[in-house]
Write a protein that binds this ligand. Structure first.
Ligand SMILES: Cc1cc2nc3c(=O)[nH]c(=O)nc-3n(C[C@H](O)[C@H](O)[C@H](O)COP(=O)(O)OP(=O)(O)OC[C@H]3O[C@@H](n4cnc5c(N)ncnc54)[C@H](O)[C@@H]3O)c2cc1C
Length: 448
């Protein structure tokens, strides 16, 4: 079996350094030999009831091993951050694919969301004091964090709608409001919230009403109303919380970058994160295909006397899955390369393409794998059911498909005049050619 570095698509191979290729193989080995076997142990250590919101001890051993292997904080891209491991987005994207195959791999290497995006915010926009207090322990993997934007009472896919109030009061800001779907809030190590709210709700520019502020999780006035489930899974110990903020007071220096700069900070955070999520979903799809191949060739389970792989339809599923994963991977790597050569803003279109395409593709592949297992595919005996629930949320989290499609559609639609002009110009040339050759239209001939 070729290693991960030997499987890098030919078209991007020249963009991957030897160091990154070597690290990619170490990542693959770590995921195969340490993380995937540890997944069920991690779940078992969580236990039942209140014990689920605890910290499974196996994670510390995995982190220790990852650090010994030099696998730590690979997400902070070369050329953009000095704190990272020096890989490009494309190189890290290839590693993310491996992480996406396992429940524990991203956290074990300190590359898990939402900490990665929050660390990017602090590294890019934080003051020296904010970095000392919050970025350093996050980079060390000592604490965890949440990104706090979505609210239950408004359509939060349009972030200009958020209402949580951040009001200046002397040397402090006071927060009032509610947030939900706050991932990571269940983890006892979660010590800091990065919150988007409104400092200036009446600002005439609706993109200048918001600010981002750092709030310690133990600040007075924060309560967890309830934890939310994802298709019945609690996602412990990470979890997704509904939080209430009542007169929560933090020092004024906790604002990030300055008042009214919330959108600017938020947009800086989002681009690379979407690529990382997309590559993890590619990894999930690859893992699902591995499970599909295993069941399709299981000698002990032959419906109607034949292996599933001897049934034409299943072979077609295998072939389609291979094509779709490989095509989607190229879309994501292209977006990563576009960020590397420009930045997240110049790569908006490529990032949106990857964000939309990949989870839909991965869900199709996972669903085929589920189907090959019959009833076993929907229960806890394979990772497929949980994997499906996880990937399904990617179509909503970080902006739903429809919002991204709308944006992409509008952008593409701007080419309408250019498309029409080109067709018109070609028709004019055709007419001139008819004239020159003394012929008349007969047969296919474009007309607007
Ligand atoms: C598992 C999970 C984890 C999450 N983690 C976090 C987190 O850590 N922090 C956080 O702040 N949030 C988090 N979220 C919330 C997530 O970011 C929001 O759910 C998402 O932005 C959509 O907002 P909404 O739920 O308010 O949906 P709404 O804005 O109410 O949208 C509802 C639906 O409207 C449709 N729609 C929206 N825009 C358009 C459009 N332009 N055209 C056509 N249709 C449209 C879409 O179908 C969309 O699904 C998480 C969500 C999930 C499921």
């Amino acid at each position: 079996m070729p290693t991960a570095s030997q499987r890098i698509p030919a078209v991007v191979r020249p963009l991957v350094s030897e160091r990154a290729a070597k690290t990619l193989d170490i990542v693959e080995k770590f995921v195969n030999e340490d993380c995937l076997p540890a997944d069920p142990v991690y779940h078992a250590q969580l236990g039942q009831g209140a014990g689920r919101w605890s910290y499974p001890p196996i994670m510390d051993d995995l982190k220790k091993k990852a650090r010994e292997l030099g696998l730590w904080n690979m997400f902070l891209a070369k050329g953009h951050y000095k704190e990272g491991a020096g890989f490009t987005n494309l190189e890290y994207g290839l590693m993310c694919e491996q992480f996406g195959r396992s429940r524990v791999a991203s956290e074990a290497t300190n590359n898990s969301a939402p900490d990665t995006g929050n660390m990017e915010v602090l590294a890019k926009y934080g003051t020296e004091e904010q970095k000392r207090k919050w970025l350093q322990p996050l980079l060390n993997g000592e604490i965890r964090s949440c990104y706090v934007m979505t609210e239950p009472q408004v359509a939060s896919s349009d972030a200009t709608n958020v209402e949580l109030r951040i009001k200046r009061d002397g040397d402090s800001y006071v927060l009032n409001g509610q947030k939900w779907w706050i991932s990571g809030a269940g983890d006892p190590r979660c010590k800091v919230y990065i919150i988007l709210g409104k400092t200036d709700p009446n600002h005439p520019d609706k993109y200048k009403q918001q600010s981002i502020i750092i709030v310690p999780t133990d600040a007075q006035g924060i309560t967890v109303k309830r934890m939310l489930s994802v298709y019945g899974y609690d996602d412990a110990p990470h979890g997704h919380a509904h939080l209430i903020f009542k007169d929560v007071r933090v020092p004024a220096e906790n604002i990030v970058l300055g008042e009214s700069r919330g959108f600017e900070v938020m947009q800086g955070r989002m681009g690379p994160g979407r690529i990382h999520h997309a590559m993890r979903s590619i990894g999930a799809a690859e893992e699902a295909l591995r499970w599909l191949l295993t069941r399709a060739n299981a000698e002990h389970k032959k419906p109607f006397g034949k292996l599933l792989s001897q049934q034409g339809v299943i072979l077609q599923w295998i072939a389609k899955s291979r094509i779709e994963i490989d095509a989607a991977r190229l879309i994501v790597l292209n977006a990563a390369a576009a960020i590397d050569t420009g930045d997240a803003k110049s790569a908006l279109v490529e990032i949106a393409q990857a964000k939309i395409l990949v989870p839909n593709m991965a869900l199709d592949v996972i669903d085929r794998a589920v189907q090959t297992y019959g009833a076993q595919g929907v229960c806890q005996d394979t990772p497929l059911a949980y994997m499906w629930a996880q990937v399904r949320t990617v179509r909503i989290a970080d902006g739903p498909d429809e919002a991204h499609l709308e944006q992409l559609g509008r952008r593409e639609n701007k080419r309408a005049a250019e498309a029409r002009d080109l067709i018109q110009k070609q028709m004019d040339i055709t007419d001139a050619l008819f004239k020159e050759y003394g012929t008349k239209e007969a047969g296919p001939c474009a007309r607007l």
